[in-house]
Design a protein around this ligand. Structure first.
Ligand code: MN
Length: 730
C-alpha cells in the first residue's frame, strides 16, 4: 500500500523544482479538499484515493504547467466522483479552476465505442474541441498516464479496453502535442496489455543483452564526449535503447526479427546553441561512417509538432548502426514536453492561455494529415473545427456538423429519409426540442414516424447545415415537382413565343445540349421545375439562350453549310473497311470526319452511336445521351450509324464531369487537390453557384477510358459535401 506522505512530498518536490514561488497554501487547500471529498473512496489496490490526484498533479507539474492546472489536477475527479459541484470549486478556488475540472469531467464521460480508423481522427478533434482550454487535455493525458501506470489492479477486460483507447486516442494526441516522453510511456504500457507475449519476448531479449548494450553505449558515448571535450563544445551526451513500442512497431511493419532490427540505439547530444549542433554533426561524421540517406535536418525544417533536432545514422568500428540526435536544450524541452514546453516559455509558467495559443494548437493538429497530395491544401485551412460540433449516433458513430447545429441537422446528416419523417429527438436519452443546440459529445437519437407529414418550412430557418437546408428544400420541391414543371413550362414557352424564337430548337439534337449547358440544367424538365419553383425567371432563362438560338436558326438557313456527307457503302465482297479515325470505327463508312459530341463527351468503354451531321462528319454520342433519342424517330433514323471503339492505344480522351455540391468554403481546393492526386490532366475546372446553396463544378479533363473515369468519380464522391457526379450531358 502506498502512502499519502510519500506522494505528497514527491508532488511538492516536482512543483518547487520549476515554480519556487508557487502558492503552496492554495495547493494544500486543494489537497485537503480533495482528500476530504474522496475519503470514502479507495483505489483498486486498497490505497487511499487521494494518491491518484496527487500523482496526476505531479505529472502536470513535471510538464511545467501553472498553478491553476495543478489545482485542476488535484480536483479533477471531484465533480465526477463526489458531491462537489462546479460552483463549490469556483467559490473555493476560482472560476478558471472550476472550468478546468468541469472540462476534464466532460472528457471522462465520453465513451469511445468505436475503433474504426476513419472515426479516430474525428474523435481526436472532438476531444480537442470539447476541451476549449488546452490545459484540460494535458490534465486528461496526465490522468490517463497515471491510470495506465496502475493498470495491474484492473480486470483483464478493462486493461484491454483502456489500452486500446490509449493507443487510439491518447498516444496520438500526446504525439501531436509533441509530448514524446508521455507518448512513449503510454504506448509501452498499452503494449504490455495488448500483446503481452510480444512485449515479454522483446523485454527478455533486451534484458538478456543489457550488459552488452550498456558496454556498447558506454564506448560510443565515451568516444563522442572525448572528441567534443577536445574541441571545447559543452555538451550532455547519453545513449539509450529506443522505446519498446517503437521497436515492436518497426518489427511488425518490416516483418523482421529483433536480430535483424536496424538501429535499436539512439544517442543524444544536447548542446547550448544551434551553431554547436552543426559543429557536433561534423564531428560525428568524422568519428563514424555515415549511413547514406538517413540524415535529417529538423532544425531548419521542424516537424509539424515543433520537434527540432539533427538526426543522423552512423556505424562505428563495432559494425552496429546507431542514430545520433543533436539538439539544444530548448529543443530538448520541446521534444519531451511539446506544447507544455511552449506554454512554459511563452507564458513564463503563469497566467491563462490566450486565444492565440489555441489557434496555434488547432493549426498544429490540422497540418498533420498523413496524406501527401492533399497535405499542402489542408494546411491552408484553419479554424476547421472552430465551426464544427461532434456528436454520436446511439450506436457510437461520430457525426460532425456545423457549430450550433440542431437535431434537425443531425437527422438530415444521417439520411434525408430520417429527416423527412422526424417527429422528435432525444439528446443523451432525454427528449429535447428539435431546435435545441447540440454540444460536443452528445448522443443524439431521432424519433421518426411513418405518419409524419414531412418537414415544416420553419425548419429552414432553424437548421444550420446547408445539407439539411438543401434536403428540406428538395422535399418541398419534389412534393410539388409536377406542378412546378407545368407552370414553369408554360411561362417559358410564352416568353419564347414573345421573342419569336422557334420552340423546335429546344429539341434539336445538337443545339439542345448546348442550350441546357448554358442554362446549367440536366434536362428541360429540371429547368421548368426551377422556373415553376421560382428559382429562376422565364425571362432570365430565355435571355441566356436567345443568341444561341438565333445564331443556329441562321446557320440552318444558310445553304452553304448543308453539304451532304459522302458515304461510301461497303462492297459486301470486299474486305470490310476497318479504318479507325480518332480511335473510332464507323461501320459502313470508309473514312469520314469524326468528332466527339460535347454534350456527353464519350470515352472508350462507353456504348456509342454516331450521328451524321450536315457538314461536320459523324458526331459520336454515348448511347445513353438524351440527344440520341432522335434515332427512334423515322424521319431522322437514317442519319444514325453504328460505331464502335477501335480498341487501339489512342491518345487520352477529353471528357466532362459535373459535381453537384453543397456550397462551402474550401470545396474548390478539395476538388482541385483530389484531381491532382488522381493524376489526370485537368483542362478546365470551374464552379458556379446555384440557388439553394448548391454549387456545380464543371471539370474538363483527359482520361484513357471509362475505368479511369470511374476511379476519378469515386474519389470525388468521397469529398465532404459532394452530392453527386454526373457525366457532362447537357
Ligand atoms: Mn482520474
Amino acid at each position: 500500500m502506498e502512502s499519502f506522505q510519500e506522494h505528497y512530498d514527491s508532488m511538492i518536490d516536482a512543483i518547487t523544482r520549476y515554480m519556487p514561488g508557487a502558492n503552496m497554501e492554495l495547493i494544500d487547500k486543494a489537497v485537503n479538499y480533495a482528500n476530504e471529498k474522496h475519503k470514502f473512496q479507495k483505489r483498486k489496490d486498497g490505497s487511499p484515493y487521494i494518491i491518484h490526484p496527487l500523482s496526476v498533479a505531479e505529472i502536470v507539474a513535471e510538464m511545467g504547467l501553472d498553478t491553476d492546472a495543478i489545482l485542476g489536477a488535484l480536483l479533477h475527479d471531484c465533480i465526477e466522483d463526489t458531491d462537489a459541484s462546479h460552483d463549490d470549486i469556483a467559490k473555493l478556488f476560482s472560476p478558471t479552476v472550476a472550468e478546468l475540472v468541469e472540462g476534464v469531467t466532460k472528457l471522462t464521460r465520453v465513451e469511445f465505442t468505436t475503433h474504426e480508423q476513419e472515426q479516430m481522427e474525428n474523435l481526436r478533434k472532438m476531444f480537442m474541441a470539447m476541451s476549449k482550454d488546452i490545459r484540460v487535455v494535458l490534465i486528461k493525458i496526465a490522468d490517463r498516464l497515471h491510470n495506465m501506470r496502475t493498470m495491474q489492479y484492473q480486470t483483464p477486460a478493462k486493461q484491454i479496453s483502456k489500452s486500446r483507447e490509449t493507443m487510439d486516442i491518447y498516444a496520438p494526441l500526446a504525439h501531436r502535442l509533441g509530448m514524446q516522453k508521455l507518448k512513449w510511456e503510454l504506448e509501452d504500457i498499452a503494449l504490455q496489455y495488448l500483446d503481452p507475449a510480444g512485449y515479454n519476448e522483446l523485454m527478455s531479449y533486451l534484458k538478456a543483452h543489457e550488459e552488452q548494450d550498456k558496454a556498447f553505449m558506454n564506448v560510443i558515448q565515451g568516444t563522442i564526449k572525448d572528441r567534443l571535450a577536445s574541441v571545447g563544445i559543452h555538451n550532455t551526451t547519453y545513449g539509450r535503447i529506443k522505446h519498446v513500442y517503437s521497436i515492436y512497431r518497426k518489427m511488425k511493419a518490416q516483418n523482421k526479427t529483433l536480430e535483424e532490427m536496424y538501429d535499436l540505439y539512439a544517442f543524444r547530444v544536447i548542446v547550448d546553441s544551434i551553431p554547436d549542433c552543426y559543429n557536433v554533426l561534423g564531428h560525428i561524421h568524422d568519428l563514424f561512417n555515415l549511413v547514406p540517406g538517413r540524415f535529417k535536418d529538423y532544425i531548419s525544417t521542424p516537424k509539424p509538432n515543433m520537434y527540432q533536432s539533427l538526426h543522423t545514422t552512423v556505424i562505428g568500428k563495432q559494425g552496429i548502426p546507431f542514430e545520433v540526435q543533436i539538439r539544444t536544450w530548448e529543443m530538448h524541452e520541446t521534444a519531451e514536453y511539446g506544447i507544455a514546453a511552449h506554454w512554459k516559455y511563452k507564458q513564463g509558467g503563469q497566467g491563462k492561455g490566450e486565444e492565440k495559443d489555441f489557434e496555434w494548437v488547432r493549426r498544429l493538429l490540422e497540418s498533420q494529415q498523413d496524406t501527401d497530395a492533399e497535405d499542402y491544401v489542408n494546411s491552408l485551412k484553419i479554424d476547421m473545427f472552430d465551426d464544427e460540433v461532434f456528436v454520436f449516433t446511439p450506436k457510437g458513430k461520430i457525426v460532425s456538423l456545423p457549430a450550433r447545429s440542431t437535431p434537425i441537422d443531425f437527422a438530415y446528416a444521417i439520411h434525408s429519409g430520417v429527416g423527412n419523417s422526424m417527429v422528435g429527438a432525444k439528446v443523451n436519452n432525454r427528449i429535447v426540442n428539435i431546435d435545441s443546440r447540440l454540444s460536443n459529445g452528445d448522443i443524439v437519437e431521432i424519433l421518426t414516424s411513418k405518419n409524419s407529414r414531412g418537414p415544416s418550412r420553419d425548419w429552414l430557418t432553424i437548421c444550420k447545415s446547408n445539407q439539411a437546408r438543401t434536403k428540406i428544400k428538395q422535399w418541398f420541391k419534389k412534393e410539388k415537382r409536377e406542378e412546378n414543371i407545368l407552370h414553369g413550362r408554360s411561362s417559358f414557352e410564352a416568353e419564347m413565343k414573345r421573342l419569336n424564337l422557334p420552340l423546335s430548337s429546344l429539341n434539336h439534337p445538337d443545339l439542345s445540349p448546348q442550350l441546357l449547358q448554358k442554362l446549367s440544367f440536366g434536362s428541360w424538365d429540371d429547368m421548368y421545375a426551377a422556373i415553376g419553383y421560382g428559382g429562376l425567371t422565364a425571362t432570365k432563362a430565355v435571355g441566356r439562350i436567345r443568341d444561341d438560338i438565333t445564331r443556329s436558326v441562321k446557320t440552318q438557313q444558310d445553304p452553304a453549310s448543308v453539304i451532304p456527307v459522302k458515304i461510301v457503302k461497303d462492297d459486301p465482297n470486299a474486305v470490310k473497311s476497318r479504318h479507325a479515325v480518332n480511335g473510332v470505327i464507323v461501320e459502313d463508312i470508309d473514312s469520314c470526319m469524326i468528332k466527339f459530341a460535347k454534350c456527353c463527351t464519350p470515352v472508350p468503354g462507353d456504348d456509342i452511336i454516331g450521328f451524321i451531321t450536315k457538314g461536320f462528319g459523324v458526331s459520336i454520342h454515348r448511347c445513353d445521351c438524351p440527344n440520341t433519342s432522335g434515332r427512334f424517330d423515322p424521319k431522322q433514323s437514317g442519319r444514325w450509324v453504328r460505331v464502335h471503339w477501335a480498341n487501339e492505344d489512342s491518345q487520352p480522351f477529353e471528357t466532362t464531369l459535373e459535381l453537384e455540391c453543397h456550397t462551402r468554403d474550401g470545396l474548390l481546393l478539395d476538388v482541385a487537390s483530389t484531381m491532382s492526386s488522381s493524376r489526370v490532366r485537368v483542362k478546365e475546372l470551374s464552379g458556379k453557384d446555384l440557388p439553394e446553396e448548391r454549387t456545380i463544378f464543371t471539370i474538363r479533363f483527359e482520361v484513357k477510358d471509362t475505368a479511369e473515369l470511374d476511379a476519378v468519380r469515386k474519389r470525388l464522391l468521397n469529398i465532404r459535401d459532394v452530392i453527386s457526379t454526373r457525366r457532362g450531358q447537357n
